[in-house]
Write a protein of this length. Sequence first.
Length: 273
Amino acid sequence: MPDARGPGVRVQPPFERPRDPAETGDRVAAAGVGEDQVGGRAQQETESTRTTHAPDATARHDRGMRTDIDPAELGSQAFYKVLNSVIVPRPIAWVSTRSAAGVDNLAPHSFFTAACVDPPMVQFTSVGKKDSLRNCVETNEFVVCLANEPMFEKINATATDFPAEVSEFTEVGLTPEPSLTVAPPRVKESPVALECRTEHTLELGDSTVVIGRVLHAAIDEDVFDTDERGNHLPSATKLRPLARLGRNEWSTLGEILEITRIPYKKWPGHYSG
């Protein structure tokens, strides 16, 4: 079958990976929604999430029926599962911190992205008051390490709710590597570490957004590639990042698409149909 993608889209050849096992844990009980009920998979969920709207709310479209969900009616914990299932994939910040008492902590956070270009900043969200958040506030430092595919099971293991006085580095068997500009260690087994100073925290309901200024980046030399324009940058296929999906699902890169932006002066006009 011919490729239906438009001109200018390049598909990088995929590479084989083992099938992702399910993540253990991460099971939040919510009224009316079970582990396999989100998204209309069970009658109980459908009845609890479909709300009454205008008469045409159940009208069919080309894509089929819609399921209407009112977050206030469903409840925050149940709707949290819905958000996790549709905001996908989510990059993972493997956050290393050190407590005021000197205990190193390591935990994955999948509400994570870049926050600012100049100065460079990144942000992650702590859902609830977790050790990562407390340490970032108390010491004003943290390190974001890349959550990569070879570390899949160990990344998941660092999500275990260890007591604050227990270090995930020790329990999971990871190697702390001294950072250059902050006290929290890097994860030696990760190919990327962004050393950060806490700049802002923003409380939003039951969650806190942590914004950190990137003071230093340490990146393995063997993940760099030089492209046809001379840019010497880390390669996604060499980094092999993981991402979080819904339920206990994780993902790898899969097929990678490349396409350039279209300047207005070169706008082709054929996208309008």
